[in-house]
Design a protein around this ligand. Structure first.
Ligand SMILES: NC(=O)c1ccc[n+]([C@@H]2O[C@H](COP(=O)([O-])OP(=O)(O)OC[C@H]3O[C@@H](n4cnc5c(N)ncnc54)[C@H](OP(=O)(O)O)[C@@H]3O)[C@@H](O)[C@H]2O)c1
Length: 179
């Protein structure tokens, strides 16, 4: 089985994934009356597990909705002591270097991974461990917040392998790492 680390994330026009207050309400600023999933369901079919930063995990917990994932979620954290009882068996705490973490997950037969969370994605990119990125751009300038990208030790080339428009407003680009 081929190993693959994928990003599927939405950003503002100015490249933020959360606003100045850490909020993500703006993700829903374009009316979506038919609940178009914008490719998420198909993307989700193609993954075995998620690897998520602690901040994103806690954000999802705060949503107060049913747990939205049907795949195991590996939560990266050096500070969380345990996964809340309510999510035992669904989410699992992992720590270590990214290579150690990936090895632990691959040993379970999970190879196609959805990498989520700003710091987490940036850490993976720093080590050139992202194979594809699906980036959905919402037409809003937030003027500040958490950037998706930051400085990298080296440039990384990506190839555009698909582009879509949703709701006549939202663009989605699918990039594959070009080595
Ligand atoms: N726009 C979107 O589609 C989208 C998607 C996802 C998230 N978001 C938003 O983006 C923000 C994400 O926050 P964030 O940038 O703080 O990122 P994050 O990646 O969700 O969480 C960062 C935390 O993950 C842990 N971590 C990361 N790498 C680790 C490693 N190698 N080993 C151990 N722990 C590691 C650390 O937790 P400890 O401090 O516990 O050690 C770190 O503080 C949230 O506001 C979220 O709602 C937006």
């Amino acid at each position: 089985m081929n190993k693959k680390n994928s990003v599927f994330i939405a950003t503002s026009l100015d490249g933020y994934i959360a606003d100045k207050n850490g909020g993500i309400d703006w993700l829903h600023s374009i009316p979506n009356p038919d609940q178009d999933d914008m490719g998420y369901v198909e993307f989700n079919h193609g993954i075995d597990a998620l690897v998520m930063g602690r901040t994103t995990f806690e954000t999802v917990l705060r949503f107060d909705v049913e747990w939205p994932y049907d795949k195991p979620v590996y939560v990266l954290s050096n500070t969380l002591k345990e996964i809340p009882k309510s999510h035992e068996g669904k989410a699992f705490l992992v720590k270590g270097t990214l290579t150690e973490i990936l090895n632990q997950i691959h040993e379970k037969g999970l190879y196609r991974l959805y990498i989520d969370g700003g710091t987490t994605i940036r850490n993976f990119l720093k080590e050139d461990l992202i194979d594809e990125m699906v980036i959905t751009t919402i037409p809003i300038l937030l003027g500040g917040g958490s950037s998706l990208f930051a400085e990298l030790p080296n440039e990384l080339k990506f190839e555009l392998i698909g582009a879509q428009t949703y709701l006549n407003q939202i663009t989605q680009n699918h990039y594959k790492r070009k080595k």
